[in-house]
Design a protein around this ligand. Structure first.
Ligand SMILES: C[S@@+](CC[C@H](N)C(=O)[O-])C[C@H]1O[C@@H](n2cnc3c(N)ncnc32)[C@H](O)[C@@H]1O
Length: 262
């Protein structure tokens, strides 16, 4: 099992460019399979009309924006966030369309196809750039994860593959869930995606630990945390090659409504 990699290791050694290799969509990387699954789920969820409002906060965005491509059609403003400064800077670079920014075009085109607006990918990029109003530092282990900023509670909270990366054990996961839940209005929705059965993933040559999650634990932790699950999708891993890059066994996607303060 990989040794736990905490925030200080992320800050010192998480290389956004190496991580973004997973998102060279359609090039047969390990990312393709999970990405197709979650993009489909995000599309279905955010185009259903059930989840919409003014504000959405994305927790632990990393250097990626794929998770926000469908959401920007349903929320007027989005705040992205991460613990690692170089990840926030990577998103800023894309927002400003600076030279050297990651090329998300293949992913954006795929999402537009899913949404039935195949030719509108340039408009979608522009819309997402307009909708992301800020990229903030966050730490899911703090009672106010966005401290010292204090944001009004959001209508929607999204987090992709962050809690399993940030948390050392199941009790730390429950605590982090409670911390991020404080950023969400009662009646608002949490959209959580990630991987099950995973103990590590590689970013370039560096191994990062992952908390081994199961469906049972997620259901229980969300219930305890004051959430009612409205959607729980899973997709078992099909491609079992590249196990040395990450050992996850399935992808998951959850939508849950915040019913009470935990
Ligand atoms: C596997 S990456 C996921 C990135 C992105 N959300 C995605 O779906 O590809 C895990 C992310 O969790 C972030 N992270 C690690 N510890 C954190 C913490 N204590 N608070 C917030 N984010 C953290 C890392 O910096 C990294 O960007």
């Amino acid at each position: 099992m990989a040794e736990f990699t905490g925030g200080d290791v992320y800050q010192a050694e998480f290389d956004p460019k190496a991580y973004l290799e997973y998102f060279k969509f359609g090039e047969g990387t390990l990312g393709d399979e999970v990405l197709e699954f979650v993009l489909g789920c995000f599309c279905k969820t955010f185009t259903s009309g059930r989840l919409k409002g003014e504000t959405l906060i994305d927790i632990g965005s990393g250097p990626t924006i794929y998770q926000l491509l469908s959401a920007c059609e349903s929320f007027e403003s989005i705040i992205a966030s991460d613990y690692v400064d170089q990840n926030c800077q990577e998103i800023e670079k894309w927002l400003k369309n600076e030279p050297g920014a990651f090329d998300w075009t293949p992913v954006v085109k795929y999402v537009c196809k899913l949404e039935g607006k195949r030719d509108k990918w340039a408009e979608k990029e522009a819309k997402l750039r307009r909708t992301i109003k800020g990229v903030l530092k966050c730490d899911v282990h703090q009672s106010n994860p966005m401290g010292p900023s204090s944001l009004p509670q959001a209508d929607c909270l999204l987090s992709a593959e962050c809690l399993e990366s940030a948390c050392k054990d199941l009790s730390s996961f429950r605590a982090a869930l409670k911390n991020i839940s404080s950023l969400l209005k009662l009646g608002g929705h949490l959209v959580l995606s990630g991987v099950l059965g995973c103990t590590f993933y590689m970013v370039g040559p560096r191994t990062f630990s992952s908390l081994f999650l199961t469906e049972e634990f997620l259901r229980e932790a969300l219930g305890q945390g004051g959430f009612a699950i409205t959607e729980f999708e899973m997709r078992p891993r099909i491609d079992k090659t590249m196990m040395e890059t990450s050992d996850f066994s399935a992808g998951y996607f959850i939508v849950a409504c915040k019913e009470k303060e935990a």
